[in-house]
Write a protein that binds this ligand. Structure first.
Ligand SMILES: *Cc1c(COP(=O)(O)O)cnc(C)c1O
Length: 251
């Protein structure tokens, strides 16, 4: 959690998915009002990784429709049944994608937020051509230029984006980033939003439980919020806090 995290839970902390979701929605509205943002331009992606389908169902019952998962296998086990009952559900892949899982990912997800290397872009293009399904793609940018982290370095974004559009004809809609855990996220959010604007890309995915209010101020169109909605994860998931330099829960 960043030191600048705004604590919006002024009374007893909410302890159900419904109540926490409500609190996050309120806080998003407040951040939009404070930053002069249109609330309709900010999508809450509820990150349900490691949580059971029952937790997702509770969020669905409370009106949430956009979800994020970071593993193809886990999403495949949880979501097809839910999707039958909620056809307007939208599923985002927010974790690293191996090329041998591209077929499943294209079949399952509506948005792939983690396009991070040429080999993956090419594999996605091949599978989209084969299947006819074209999930929206976001390019993951390694704004902190961390060697252990996935993502395109900022200096290589223009060339990679040109290839995604030209060579591979991918439906690229925006950019996403996961700032370094030990840095103030604001500068990374500002950088990502600026890169998206210059590239003419409408979607900017940034901000997690600890910093989504800041991300909204800097122009996020998608915030990826897990813990603040579903509570602490029952077991560590691969993700931004699980890199070789951080412990499983980053403190
Ligand atoms: C797990 C994860 C999130 C959600 O993190 P919380 O701190 O639980 O809100 C957001 N983005 C990515 C890429 C993740 O892996």
């Amino acid at each position: 959690m960043s030191a600048s995290h705004t604590d919006t839970s002024s009374g007893t902390p909410p302890d159900t998915v419904t109540a926490r979701l409500e609190a996050v929605r309120r806080s998003i509205l407040e951040s939009c009002a404070a930053g002069g943002r249109d609330p309709g331009a900010v999508t809450l992606v509820a990150v349900s990784k490691t949580h059971p389908a029952e937790a997702v169902e509770e969020a669905l019952a409370a009106g949430q429709r956009v979800f994020g998962e970071n593993r193809v296998q886990e999403a495949k086990a949880k979501f097809p049944a839910l999707r039958e009952r909620f056809p307007d559900l939208e599923l985002h892949l927010i974790g690293p994608l191996q090329t041998n899982k591209v077929k499943d990912a294209v079949a399952l997800f509506d948005v792939i937020q983690t396009v991070d290397r040429p080999r993956l872009a090419e594999a996605l293009a091949d599978e989209m051509a084969r299947s006819g399904r074209r999930p929206r793609c976001l390019i993951e940018v390694n704004t902190g230029e961390e060697p252990q982290k996935a993502g395109i370095p900022p200096a290589e974004l223009d060339a990679f984006l040109a290839a995604c559009r030209g060579t591979w004809n991918l439906p690229v809609a925006g950019l996403m980033c996961i700032p370094p855990v030990d840095e103030e996220p604001a500068m990374h959010f500002a950088l990502l939003a600026d890169m998206a604007r210059r590239a003419g890309l409408p979607e900017v995915s940034m901000g997690m439980s600890g910093d989504y209010e800041t991300a909204i101020r800097f122009g996020a169109t998608h915030v990826r919020v897990g813990t603040a909605i579903f509570g602490a994860r029952p077991y560590p998931a691969a993700g931004p806090a699980a890199g070789p330099t951080a412990g499983p829960t980053a403190g």
